[in-house]
Design a protein around this ligand. Sequence first.
Ligand code: SF4
Length: 65
Amino acid sequence: MVGVVTAAVPAARPRKRPDPKCPLRPGEPCTLCQASVTGPQDCGLVYLIMDDPESRDELAAWKRR
Ligand code: SF4
């Protein structure tokens, strides 16, 4: 084919999936420490803490320290 101009495309950098963070351990990634979980989204411990207003408030207060 004549007249086709191709631009130099920089090589794509490999994409890294973001590490899900543990909501109960600020700044730390989820280490799948609970049985049969795939991340914070189905972690029973996170569910229990976040579902209980008193525990959720305590966690928030602890994070502010
Ligand atoms: S499994 Fe749950 S408690 Fe364990 S690190 Fe992941 S989110 Fe946190």
